[in-house]
Design a protein around this ligand. Structure first.
Ligand SMILES: Nc1ncnc2c1ncn2[C@@H]1O[C@H](COP(=O)(O)OS(=O)(=O)O)[C@@H](OP(=O)(O)O)[C@H]1O
Ligand SMILES: Nc1ncnc2c1ncn2[C@@H]1O[C@H](COP(=O)(O)OP(=O)(O)O)[C@@H](O)[C@H]1O
Length: 204
């Protein structure tokens, strides 16, 4: 369960003068949160950065919020307990929501292992603006890739709560897109993702 806290009393939401339609017209596309979830090593960062380049080349306003990078700053106070992961997802979800509201296509690359916490982010966004992308890859393949040597460390007992090994990963039940990253190259997966987003987000 992940609950977004109610704001303190005596706060009034300030509405800007530019609405979503004005931003859409200027940018030529809708803003959205493209939320990539999957096991460590499943391809989230690779796909976010590659698909971003493709959309950028087409004139899209884009950003990437990568879990590793956010944990160097905004989320540096959080560890990997389930409670901290929930807070991580909530915080990153709120930042992504702000980016999307000002018109960007914001890619979020976060393990985000808890289904309810991902759904809670979805609920904070307008209908259709949360696009969940499951980087689906068998644990064994992720362990073989081990791009940062984390699975090897976990196997040595150095990372006690490592996702997929000692901590749960709850797969999405109805992601907007599932990318089977063990079955195709990263260029193909990135192209598939970029094309999907073009269809969904380009203003007609
Ligand atoms: N215990 C544990 N479990 C999972 N991952 C760990 C852990 N400790 C460090 N790391 C590294 O941190 C990256 C995951 O951070 P996230 O913010 O995406 O995680 S979460 O969404 O809060 O679960 C993750 O990066 P990716 O491999 O890119 O997913 C790991 O490299
Ligand atoms: N179809 C694919 N999509 C994404 N990455 C892939 C794919 N096939 C192989 N890979 C490789 O898998 C690794 C994924 O690493 P990374 O993107 O850091 O994963 P994550 O961000 O999920 O931890 C990279 O070395 C990448 O080149």
């Amino acid at each position: 369960m992940s609950v977004h806290p109610a704001p303190p009393a005596n706060l009034v939401w300030q509405t800007g003068l530019l609405d979503a339609a004005a931003r859409r017209q200027r940018n030529g596309h809708r803003g959205a949160v493209v939320w990539l979830t999957g096991l460590p090593g499943s391809g989230k960062s690779t796909l976010a950065f590659r698909a971003e380049v493709q959309l950028h080349a087409l004139g899209f306003q884009t950003a990437v919020l990568d879990g590793d990078n956010l944990r160097h700053g905004l989320c540096a106070d959080l560890g990997f307990s389930l409670e901290d992961r929930r807070e991580n997802m909530r915080r990153v979800g709120e930042v992504a929501r702000l980016f999307a509201a000002q018109g960007s296509v914001v890619f979020v690359a976060l393990v985000s292992p808890l289904r309810a916490a991902r759904d809670a982010v979805r609920e904070r966004l307008p209908q259709g603006d949360f696009i969940e992308v499951h980087c689906d890859c068998p644990l064994l393949v992720c362990q073989q890739r081990d791009p940062k040597g984390m699975y090897a460390k976990a196997a040595q007992g150095l990372i006690p709560d490592f996702t997929g090994v000692f901590s749960p990963y709850e797969e999405p039940l109805a992601a907007e897109l599932v990318v089977h990253t063990a079955h195709e190259g990263s260029e193909t997966s990135a192209q598939r993702l970029a094309e999907f987003l073009l269809q969904r987000l380009r203003a007609n």
